[in-house]
Design a protein around this ligand. Sequence first.
Ligand code: ADP
Length: 532
Amino acid sequence: MLGGMQDWELRVNLLIDHAAREHGPREIVTRWVDGAETRTTWAGIRRDALKMKQSLERLGIGKGDAVATLALNHSRHLVCWYGAAGTGGVLHTINPRLFDDQLEYIVNHAEDRVLIYDAMFQPIIDRMRPKWPTIEHYICFDSGTHAPHFEDWIGTEDGNTEWEAGSERDPCMICYTSGTTGHPKGVIYSHRSTMLHAIASLQPSMFSMDTRTVMLPIVPMFHAASWGLPYAGAATGAKFVFVQGNDPQALCDIMQREKVTDSAGVPTVWLSMLQHLDATGTSLPDLRQVVVGGSAMPRAVIERFMRQGVRIAHAWGMTETSPIGTTGAETWDWGDKSFEAQVDYKAMQGRTPFGVEVRCVDLDDPAHVLPRDGKIAGALQVRGLWVIKRYLKAEADAVDADQWFDTGDVAVIHPDNTVQLTDRTKDVIKSGGEWISSVELENAAIAHPAVAEAAAIGVVHPKWDERPILVVVKKPGADCTADDIRMFLSDKVAKWWLPDAVEFVDAIPHTGTGKISKKDLREQYRDYRLKD
Ligand code: ADP
């Protein structure tokens, strides 16, 4: 016997159809880089996406073809999400901060045929064009360049067409990981995985969005599908406010004016936002939820927001998990926890929603699954409905026989199933056979008033194999010595974790996604010698 219910393919056009039909007039606001603002609606996004489909077809672009964007967050970019997928194509959102050799690699690897870009990235286009032979058509989201303007390009069409039909297992988006080792790798989201991720995101324990939500996603649309928010937002008819750039003043202005209730971004964005709020005395009375992830959110920042009644959704994930792996979902005994205990919990990475499973295995013996005892750190593995199976053009699966994907993160899982990240596998420091968490050292060091940025790495040691050293950038005008830092750390971490040396530098190297590049740092300190 077969199930007797309707068998719809889970394709992302269902999301935009729903948004346009049930929440048609709900606004999508964009503040452009020049300060100008435009407004459209979910109905307008759908109409333009259908026009884009006609325009793509006119260029001979169809099923399975890769359409790339090189753009910040705005309504026209959103049109492309639904327009490319609705044509049966695959949208490849390119991170403009990647280095040239990475840009060259990913466009050729994805075999992008069309590139739609923001005018501010014209220098990248001019530089890379000769190295991108697969791209046949360049379209610009803005006027004033040699490429056709997006609005003119779709403007000749009437939008009177249907979405391309197909399987829910077809690809709809490609995102490349920043590739801390080797070439970036392409993660191919399917219509189905994207839909399931979007539906799951609406749970109150996840991002709790509804039609009253006014969402300002600061996380870029080129980074892990802006955490899937523009898909989830269509399912619920949330209003969206897009801002180009991270300037706290511009963000605060529009958050106040548009009564933004929810926003999402990496911790550094929230740090600079809080500094701005403190310096100017501004408040954000409508803000009720901050979604944060990408790296660990400092406890002090979480506490500040929570004291103002803002819910923190501290999520962990990666491009390979669409990206939600865990969220800061409240525990069943939340009301019984003290405020301090609630903040402590939110400073960890939270628990898995339905649809994702995690486990930790022994760092030295991956066949041994660790107990959830809150004590032993292990290699974090993940599997689930929207987790990667195989990278684009890879010859083998990225998962084991039971579908477990090795995240490269090191974590402890607590008895209440809360995941706490302690490091990345490649970054843990092994001293005399024992593991030292570089992340915990950095978090402790960053609390020192003179420290702007800190990174801990292991260097070769004749007796202990490896010992930690701390590389520090001081705040402008601040002063401190290596002994000050070690003294400051002495009551915050185990004595044998204290760094053997503290090196002061002007800058710490970063990856294309803005994270500290431990790989480069280790390279810089390869020949560093410690005394025994
Ligand atoms: P990459 O930077 O490797 O290209 P992602 O942007 O997908 O890839 O980042 C994924 C990684 O970011 C995770 O494996 C983890 O190390 C880190 N990360 C993500 N969220 C958090 C968080 N809430 N706390 C700590 N680390 C996080």
